[in-house]
Design a protein around this ligand. Structure first.
Ligand code: TLP
Length: 351
């Protein structure tokens, strides 16, 4: 299955920094260039409407909203579910906490209760312990009102939540009158890795954010999915956050193409990440916790400074990210071929 894969985007470099680096393929560009468009702020763009309808039905929900980025999608979800002074509950290394500029505080006026995760995965009991309520605290506590779950977990290593854990966390949230939001930036990776349908995974979640511009390989955009009432509220916040786009069908078409053509192939990205991980973990000076390699990411710990390793890799044509003093992340995606994996393994071996 892995053999004979062609690089869609010609480059003499192997770019493993993120799955966000993909370029639209020729076929995707063609579908974008011929997409019918309209003014989506006026609700007129047929391609945006088609994308939203497809994703809401794929996830078994009523409605969806196309937004410019995963960060905005999470921000709109948080703003729609909470009031200023509320608290969100999320895993300590989650994207919402670590990488969104503190948007939950600045844009929603929320504090955060952090749950320690194992490989980025929260335990339902720890989520329950982290939920605080104003009621009964003589006004001391904020109101925990939203539990956020990231699947796959990026900093966890691209790890996938077991379905029982997803269900149990949503139950804990609901038993404590909290909403449950899923940052499903890489939900389709989780689905391919676990064999569980996206609709089943998100069954008990009120809102889900899906990124089109990561493993799916579209150039721009995310989609927030939920009930009709929730999406009506989210639509208002998208307006206020400045995320309404006019003839957005031209980019939504890339998302539709990706949903039709790029989901099943993620299995190849996962197999290539596995190959990378297994080869690098046996090399002196490097280690990989293989139990975290469940999808398209490999986090490598290094004896040397990660920034130095990145520089040496770069001189050999391999691009990676240092995400800590001794931590390097490699992410496989649409443009990474078997030859690229061999080249990367050789580059690590020569360091
Ligand atoms: N993640 C990016 C960086 O910001 C770290 C990456 O290269 O992995 N949720 C999750 C789980 C994400 O990993 C990301 C992006 C987002 C949300 C935000 O998406 P964008 O970049 O579209 O705002």
């Amino acid at each position: 299955m892995l053999a004979g894969n062609m690089r869609e985007h010609p480059s003499d470099r192997v770019d493993l920094r993120s799955d966000t680096v993909t370029q639209p393929t020729d076929k995707m560009r063609k579908s974008m260039s011929s997409a019918p468009v309209g003014d989506d702020v006026l609700g007129d763009d047929p391609t945006v409407i088609e994308l939203e309808n497809r994703l809401s039905s794929m996830l078994g929900k009523e409605a969806a909203l196309f937004v410019p980025s995963g960060t905005m999608s999470n921000a709109i979800a948080i703003r729609s579910h909470t009031k200023p002074g509320d608290e969100i509950i999320t895993e300590a290394t989650s994207h919402i906490y670590v990488y969104e500029g503190g948007g939950f505080a600045a844009l929603s006026g929320c504090s955060v209760a952090l749950v320690p995760g194992k490989r980025g995965i929260m335990n339902p009991d720890d989520v329950a312990k982290a939920i605080r309520k104003e009621n009964g605290s003589l006004g001391h506590f904020p109101n925990g009102s939203l539990v956020c779950v990231e699947n796959t977990s990026n900093r966890g290593g691209g790890t996938c939540y077991p379905i029982e854990t997803l269900d149990a966390i949503a139950k804990v949230a609901h038993d404590n009158t909290c909403a449950a939001h899923m940052d499903g930036a890489r939900l389709f990776n989780a689905s391919i890795a676990t064999g569980i349908s996206p609709a089943r995974m998100v069954r008990d979640y009120e809102s889900i954010s899906i990124c089109l511009s990561k493993g799916l390989g579209a150039p721009v955009g995310s989609v927030l999915v939920g009930s009709s009432d929730f999406i009506a509220l989210a639509h208002r916040w998208r307006k206020m956050f400045g995320g309404g786009m006019r003839q957005a069908g031209i980019i939504a078409a890339g998302g539709i193409f990706a949903l039709e053509n790029h989901i099943e192939r993620m299995a190849e990205d996962h197999a290539r990440a596995q190959k990378l991980a297994e080869s690098i973990r046996n090399m002196e000076g490097f280690d990989v916790d293989i139990s975290t390699v469940e999808s398209n990411m490999v986090y490598v710990t290094t004896d040397k400074l990660a920034s130095e390793v990145i520089e040496s890799l770069s001189s050999k044509g391999i691009d990676a990210l240092d995400l800590g003093p001794n931590m390097i992340r490699l992410v496989t995606h649409l443009h990474i071929t078997d030859e690229d994996i061999e080249r990367t393994i050789d580059a690590f071996a020569s360091l």
